[in-house]
Design a protein around this ligand. Structure first.
Ligand SMILES: Cc1cc2nc3c(=O)[nH]c(=O)nc-3n(C[C@H](O)[C@H](O)[C@H](O)COP(=O)(O)OP(=O)(O)OC[C@H]3O[C@@H](n4cnc5c(N)ncnc54)[C@H](O)[C@@H]3O)c2cc1C
Length: 415
């Protein structure tokens, strides 16, 4: 087994690291302070981010997430990296709260671009995918609903009703990430089309222009006090939103299949970035614990702090290997990828949450202040134990596969 990066990854990683040090680090803190101080961070497109995006694009650090086979109108697009090749780059981006957006590799746009690439019509690709790939617009994914348990994707009650050559949508969604961004123009909405169809073919995905009459952002939500501006997370109502039936993605009743396809790589990308976030937290913890003195000793030498630091290193390295293995299974088309993706989706956010928590503790009060990115990092890790499916649902997948190996349960005998 060769653990070395491919030459292409190595080269891109060096460029990304240099870009990070040179362009992102000097600007990131000021950017966050400006957003936090803004009374209405949902209105203004940040010139600082636009400038950084333009630099990243010029340096070829753009759309790195797209798989090797990605092409549009017959032309290859993106960096053409496998998941294993992309993982160290996503990890590097995870060290910053803005790098993924700057390199056009941020959720939910990446997942939405993948949906349009895989299932979008020519018209949808030209009108929406192209500007998303260019980074000139942004998007949101509107699946979760306040009124039903949305960890079960077949529960969605909002409707996407076919009426002649139109589709009419109604209902309420929440936790629609990115909807607050002033450039958010495209929404992917999941709604019930045919309640009489089998459970997995009742829903459709509809591409909704944000400006369509009847779409209304009711409020922006905060996650544990963080608004995550300027993209944020919104509660959105859809009232008699009328669109041509051609706005349906991949055909009526295909939403469940599309959601499954969308969330696979997206979950791996989240985990890759969380490894970078945990690395950043451990680095900050070591620096702080080495510099600051209490009871006559550096904090690193007090109590069980060395053990805590060692445990964090072990946990991060284990998680990275786990993620790389899942990425490799996805790249090789292995049927084991399903279980592996669910495994890392449980393991990595919990690992990151524990490591960041340890780093906060070693920082004392400073760890909870805005002077360090640790509060935001903890919230991101915690949120990812829910977003893209709660831990329990992924544990359910892992357990079903494990039991099936012993001939037990619904999945026994399934290939
Ligand atoms: C920061 C953030 C960003 C998000 N972004 C988006 C987005 O962009 N688009 C979008 O559509 N959604 C988004 N979500 C929503 C997220 O995907 C849902 O919150 C999640 O799928 C759970 O759905 P729910 O909140 O309805 O919880 P429910 O379905 O009500 O579940 C509540 C709890 O029940 C338990 N539970 C559920 N199923 C099982 C089971 N099988 N076994 C045991 N226990 C179980 C779990 O403890 C679970 O947390 C986001 C959420 C957060 C926090």
């Amino acid at each position: 087994m060769d653990f070395a990066h491919s030459p292409r990854t190595q080269e891109l990683l060096e460029r990304l690291r240099s870009f990070h040090e040179r362009e992102i680090v000097p600007r990131e803190e000021a950017y966050h302070r400006k957003v936090l101080a803004s009374r209405d961070p949902w209105r203004e497109v940040s010139p600082a981010i636009e400038e950084l995006k333009s630099c990243a694009r010029d340096e070829g650090l753009w759309n790195l997430f797209l798989p090797p086979e990605a092409s549009l109108a017959g032309e290859p697009i993106g960096a053409g990296l496998t998941n294993v090749e992309y993982a160290p780059l996503a990890e590097q981006m995870g060290r910053s709260l803005i790098a993924a957006e700057v390199c056009n590799c941020n959720a939910p746009d990446t997942g939405n671009m993948e949906v349009l690439l895989q299932f979008g019509s020519d018209e949808q690709q030209t009108r929406w995918l192209r500007p998303l790939l260019e980074g000139t617009i942004r998007s949101a994914f509107c699946m979760t609903e306040p009124d039903v348990a949305s960890s079960d994707a077949t529960n969605m009650q909002a409707t996407a009703t076919l009426d002649g050559d139109e589709v009419v949508i109604n209902g309420r969604k929440w936790w629609s990430t990115g909807i607050g961004h002033p450039s958010c123009e495209a929404l992917i909405f999941m709604g019930l089309t045919d309640p009489d169809a089998d459970r997995y073919h009742q829903h459709s995905m509809v591409l909704v222009p944000r400006a369509t009459p009847g779409v209304r952002v009711e409020r922006m939500l905060s996650a544990m006090g963080f608004h995550d501006a300027p993209g944020g997370h919104g509660e959105v109502s859809f009232t008699d939103v009328c669109l041509p039936a051609s706005a349906i993605i991949g055909g009526a009743g295909q939403a469940f299949a599309i959601a499954q396809a969308r969330l696979g790589p997206g979950r791996v990308h989240h985990c890759m970035r969380l490894i970078g976030l945990a690395e950043l937290a451990l680095e900050l913890a070591c620096v702080r614990a080495g510099d600051r003195v209490a009871f006559g000793k550096p904090i690193a030498n007090l109590g069980g702090n060395r053990e805590r630091i060692a445990d964090a290193r072990i946990a991060i390295d284990q998680a990275r290997l786990h993620v790389l293995h899942a990425a490799w299974l996805l790249d090789t088309g292995s049927p084991d990828a399903l279980g592996a993706v669910s495994q890392i989706k449980v393991a990595v956010p919990s690992m990151a949450q524990r490591v960041v928590d340890m780093a906060i503790q070693l920082h004392g009060g400073a760890g909870l202040s805005d002077d360090y990115p640790l509060g935001a990092a903890w919230t991101i890790a915690r949120a990812l134990r829910l977003a893209d499916g709660p831990d329990e649902v992924h544990r359910g997948v892992v357990a079903r596969l494990e039991l099936a190996r012993h001939g037990i349960g619904r999945w026994a005998g399934a290939s």
